[in-house]
Ligand binder design. Structure first.
Ligand code: HXC
Length: 261
């Protein structure tokens, strides 16, 4: 499918979804949010070809500078609610993918951009990237998950500080507070994300997908229920060929050849 606002490419098992409106710093309008959802459906339906997904922004300046303010200005509450639900639908698809997702944050990562990055499994960021939830500077609050996903990443205090001040933090601070797992020089960003993707792809991908699922689905459950859920999912990995191969390879002192079955 030909998209207008995003690019979807795949090579060697790694798909890259690029938000591609560089003139407006990749701001998310409703068409872009819709296309993100459609592109994620393509990724979901091509599990054999795509093992890991990298999400990034076009151009050197921005990952995504937020929801599109020019589209939002004249919205009424019903239209705003529809936009928020559209974003939740698309961002929820990232979490629902079996494939692991890496946000490669190449620049400004603001508002809806930080909410998009927060929906990915991990964030690899450029040392020049800047992060913020500036919604209150526009008279609104985060509406694409920012009050919730950012809070789960950094804790309530830091989330409240970022959301109430609306100011930006740099890459060092983003790494310090747990928004980012890795920091790379700008020209090394995609290499770094690709390297992580390749390391993940050497592993049994049923296990990778299941671990992601258990972590996300059980995150908000009471600990005893969550642990019980883990036991159930863990025991199911013993029904896979990957488990037999992984353990046999270890005992035979060789690399495992996972078939993801
Ligand atoms: C629409 C945007 C935009 C946005 C940038 N642009 N961000 N258009 N929506 N979020 C456009 C600018 O209008 C400008 O268009 C072009 O991109 C380049 O941006 P400049 O401002 O000229 O660049 P610069 O001076 O370098 O400043 C970069 C910036 C600034 C600091 C990132 O653009 C900025 O503050 N943007 C807004 C960030 C923001 O508030 N985001 C949160 C949005 S609310 P022209 O046509 O003039 O070249 C949000 C809420 C989500 O995300 C949930 C709601 C439901």
């Amino acid at each position: 499918k030909d998209f207008k606002n995003v690019l979807l490419e795949a090579e060697d098992g790694i798909a890259t979804l690029t938000i591609n409106r560089p003139k407006s710093l990749n701001a998310l309008n409703s068409d872009t949010l819709t296309e993100i959802g459609e592109a994620l459906d393509v990724v979901k339906n091509n599990e054999d070809a795509v093992k890991v997904l990298i999400i990034t922004g076009s151009g050197e300046k921005a990952f995504v500078a937020g929801a599109d303010i020019s589209q939002m200005r004249d919205m009424n509450p019903i239209e705003a609610s529809e936009l928020s639900k559209l974003a939740h639908n698309s961002f929820g698809k990232i979490e629902d993918l079996k494939q692991f997702t890496i946000a490669a944050v190449n620049g400004y990562c603001l508002g809806g951009g930080l909410e998009l990055a927060s929906s990915c499994d991990i964030r690899v960021i450029s040392s020049k990237a800047k992060f913020g939830q500036p919604e209150v500077t526009l008279g609104i609050i985060p509406g694409f998950g920012g009050t919730q996903r950012l809070t789960r990443l950094v804790g309530r205090g830091k989330a409240k500080e970022m959301i109430a001040t609306g100011t930006m933090i740099d890459a060092k601070e983003a790494y310090r507070v747990g928004i980012a797992e890795e920091v790379a020089e700008p020209e090394e960003l995609i290499n770094k994300a690709t390297e992580i993707a390749k390391t993940i792809m050497k592993n049994g991908l049923i296990g990778v997908g299941m671990a992601k699922y258990v972590i996300d689905r059980a995150a908000d459950l009471p600990l005893d229920t969550a642990i019980d859920f883990e036991t159930q999912m863990w025991s199911q990995t013993f029904a896979t060929e990957d488990q037999t191969e992984g353990m046999t390879a270890f005992l035979e002192k060789r690399h495992a050849n996972f078939t993801n079955k």
